[in-house]
Design a binder for this molecule. Sequence first.
Ligand code: HC0
Ligand code: SF4
Length: 573
Amino acid sequence: MVTLTIDGRTVQAQEGATILEAAAQADIHIPHLCYLKGINEIAACRVCCVEVEGERAMVTACNNPVKEGMVVHTNSPRVRSTRRINVELILSQHDCKCATCVRSGNCQLQTIANDLGIVKVHYETQLPRGLRGAWTTTFPLYHDYNKCIKCMRCIQVCDKVQTLSIWDVSGTGGRTMVDVSGNRVMKDSDCALCGQCITHCPTGGLRERDDTMEVFSALADPDKITVVQVAPAVRTAWGEAFGMPREQATMERMAAALRRLGFDYVFDTNFTADLTIMEEGSEFLHRLKAGGLTRWPMFTSCCPGWVRFLKGQYPELVGQLSSAKSPQQMFGSVAKSWFAQTLGVAPEKICCVSIMPCVAKKAEAELPTMATQHGPDVDWVLTTREFVRMLRADQLDPKYLPEEPLDSPMGVATGAGVIFGATGGVMEAALRTAAYLLTGEDPAPDAFAQVRTGPGLREATYEVAGIPVRCAVVSGLGNARALMEQLKAGKVHYDFVEVMACPGGCVGGGGQPISCEDKELYGERGQRLYALDKSAPVRFSHENPQVQALYREYLGSPLSEKAEELLHTDHKG
Ligand code: HC0
Ligand code: SF4
């Protein structure tokens, strides 16, 4: 241990700890902007500067280790003035139009500037000039050069966590900026659209395409029947933006909010998560029995960030993806066929909206393979953040709304469907049903819980009806790459692999509310999903009564001709 003094207090810290960490342990907060533990410790913003007795220059707290006997001042006159100058210099290169910024209210730059009481910037504003139109209105990820503060977090998250290295620094000196690496434009890069760079951006430099006005228009159109689906992970996080505890921000309260916004039918993506299990589980058993899994495993296909990653990085393995469409897309397909038929309306009359914790889902819904002659299966995809903005726009405070049941039939789901939103959930739900399909008996619902928690890559072998099934679960694209390399080198062998692009699965998705405190919330959000599964009256996808009705009334059986037509694709689009 090292003993030092911070602001007159004696503090003990681990050898090698930074001044920032030592201070935080003693509840002394040193403001910072660019710092992300273990990912970005480069002191680019210099907001965390402190004074260390005996040092002539100011010291950045985020990347300087503590030393025995060190005396640190975090709020001396010199620190105050330097920190203020540094923040004013950042503001002089920032588009400070907060009123029209999606991050206003949870922008770390805004908070620091406000906390420091900065009401005037003493430096000439210099915004980047002559920027290329690198973005198209169709690509759902936007980078605003005028709001980028060059903290480098996006570069590092994409590089170190997701291993895609889409961002890089370009230019020099005062013209330095963050741009797409290799002189590419974003839409032509290998971006997986995971959105992790958005959720780790401290300002409004990165955001998703905003589709809220299109959805408001659809809601106001008397010729449209608006049907909304809510992804599993959204229910764990939407209340964060309103300061609601997870137990209060229920799916049923969200249903009330969606009805106040004007949706005609409030349904659940969990319903088609159950349907996905029927199709994907049957496909897996089919492949397993056919002996087609000798070299390569079957990969889950429900995460569009992962599918984009595979297409870009390992195109030769796209054929190993399950042919099942994702629950989002199955939902659109079923809404515009079975449900339209139930209502007795043309598919074109239905406007299908998704609320997703994900940015890549916007691109997935626009794939040509996800449409019929009646148009796209899913018309609009909103992130959890956009949904929150719609509530705010209509001055709806969900704290004061009652809980209301979802609509039937596509609002009925099981505990197996809800865990899709956390890493390992798809695998676990699939194994529950695969065991039933092979033996005719339900296993214990928690029999496959081993794949739930643990490191980014987890493996387990289960005996299912005497057949050993070698499973791997991975979240985060860096972990996915490591797994793919091991598979390609023949060092590991699996039958079934679940991949989610975002660390922790969809609960940590790039479309989820952003924590201004840089807290990774996927762990506690995931726990919420497992608690919902535990308390669900039905915990097996094959026991979903409305999924059973869908097969009885419309599809026949899993992998039937109709099911293949509506619910499967070759992922080549
Ligand atoms: Fe997910 Fe999904 S679990 S990808 O993370 O499979 O986005 O929540 O909606 O489609 O169900 C996201 C979340 C979904 C889909 C489901 C899957
Ligand atoms: Fe990288 Fe994901 Fe951001 Fe694309 S969305 S640039 S893959 S972090």
